[in-house]
Design a protein. Sequence first.
Length: 121
Amino acid sequence: MEIYRTQITKIGSEANNALQIGTMILFKQNLNTELEVYCFSHLPNTLKTLLKVGDILHLSDEQYPITAIGEVANQNLKELGHITLHFDGSLKASLPGNIHLRGKVPDQVAINTLLSIHRNS
């Protein structure tokens, strides 16, 4: 079951560089702050149900199991379209707004890339 779907609409000048350290920062479009240079902006969308460990994040054709979710990540995604993804497979969130994933870090993410999250049934 799909619980979230969006599309990357803008890429900050430093956003793909953060991928080199295994981090991807997402914010819904029209952020208009100094953080925008580090973010992948995306279309606003609705989180249909709270994320949980074991859900699968799809980025283009790759799948990433969610291994940890920070205590405010669901709220931030729902209200701000903001989460920070870490491709390190950690079983404990390093910060309250972080989501940790298992899998190979993408080399680059392009405009129009689809991102979705599915409940692992």
